[in-house]
Structures are given as C-alpha cells and as structure tokens.
Design a protein around this ligand. Structure first.
Ligand code: SF4
Length: 214
C-alpha cells in the first residue's frame, strides 16, 4: 500500500478507532430525513430540530399530512427550510404511498426521492446496512484535497472514485466517518489544528503556509 495513504489511515485509526455517525435517529426513515436536512447545515443544528420534528410527527403518515408552514417553522434554524420542509413532506408521502413505509435499499430508488442525492444514499446505505460506500461531504472533500488524496479540481464524485481506489473496500464506511470527524474537529475549514498534526509533511495546506511564511 502507498506509504502516504498508510500514514493517513493509521492516524485516523488512532484518532477515531470506532467512529460513528453523529446524527440522532431512531429508524431508517428518520436517518434518511436527518441526512437530507444536514445539507448545507451541521449535524449539531440538525440534532436540535429533529427531536421536535419527529416527536410532533412520529409516523410517515403524520409527516406527509403535516402543513408545510408548520414544518418550515420547525426547520427554520437549519437554513433552506422551505425547500427542506417540502422534501420532508414529499419523502414521507413517497415512502408511505410507494413503498408501504419501508425504506428501499436500492440506490436508484433512493435517489428518486426528492432532496436525496448520491452522498445521502451513501451515508444511509453505509450506516444502516454496512454497505461499502464513501460519502463525500464538504469535510471529506476538503481533507482529501489537503492530503493529496484528490486533485483540487475534482468534483465530489471524482473524490469518491479516488478514495475508493486508495482505501480497501472493507473500510470505506469507516474511512468516510473518520474523515468527516477529522474535518469537523481537527482539519477544519478555518483555523485547522495543524500544530500537532502528524500529517503536516504530506499536507498541501501546510506546504502553502510554509511557503507563505518563508
Ligand atoms: S496539517 Fe492542518 S490542514 Fe494539514 S491535514 Fe493536518 S490539520 Fe489538516
């Protein structure tokens, strides 16, 4: 295995030996909705609204019959709340009416639901069924590019393809979670914690900073 990739994996395993998804959910469809709500938001913010949402509308039937304006009021703190309220109501309707309340496991069917894209499907399949997948969110993309696991010009889909080649398939889900947590708490977009980072020597950002200061 490539030495650089080995170093990254070793460090991720040291930092996060048992990574887990930080979204709170109690059923498969709650996870799907929580992941949809997390677009352009944070897990923390999503976790602050989903207990209210799911306690006021505990079933898919309740959610599909909810008034949009009531959903918008609950979802307001997470941003893009009008669009997300529509997605929630429509996902609940489709799951209830087209799938008898059972979340499909098929990627194409999942991606046909409103607001559900490739990243969301990867998170859901990997989290619920241990399906090998690497979901590329903003953290995974940033960390991959800083560590030369991907090129700067790569789209999230290209980043995913590159990571799938670099990491062995049995750890794809784990590496995704570790990279999310590393990006969220260490390799942050602004003011990353570089001082004690053992990946400095193989980091694009660190190299650029060194150049700037020399
Ligand atoms: S040195 Fe800084 S920017 Fe580079 S990987 Fe480590 S934390 Fe991220």
């Amino acid at each position: 295995m490539n030495e650089k990739v080995e170093k990254i994996e070793k460090y991720l395993d040291t930092l996060f030996p048992n990574p887990h998804c930080e979204l709170i959910y109690h059923s498969d469809w709650e996870l799907l909705i929580a992941v949809v709500l997390s677009a352009q938001s944070t897990d923390k913010r999503v976790n602050s609204v989903t207990p209210i949402l799911f306690s006021q509308y505990p079933t898919l039937k309740d959610l599909k019959e909810a008034e949009l304006k009531d959903l918008e009021r609950i979802l307001r703190p997470i941003g893009s709340f009008r669009k997300k309220a529509y997605y929630v109501k429509e996902i609940a309707r489709r799951l209830d009416e087209d799938y008898s309340g059972v979340l499909p496991k098929d990627r194409v069917e999942l991606e046909s639901l409103p607001g559900v894209g490739r990243k969301t499907v990867n998170v859901v399949l990997s989290e619920l069924y241990n399906y090998p997948a690497i979901a590329v969110d903003t953290h995974v993309e940033r960390v991959s590019k800083r560590l030369y696991l991907a090129a700067l010009k790569d789209s999230p889909y290209h980043v995913e393809e590159r990571l799938m080649k670099k990491f062995s398939k049995d750890v794809w889900g784990k590496r995704h979670l570790q990279m999310v947590l590393f990006g969220r708490y260490y390799c942050k977009a602004v003011k990353p914690l570089c001082n004690d980072c053992p990946l400095k020597e193989i980091c694009r950002r660190s190299k650029q900073e060194k150049k700037k200061n020399s």
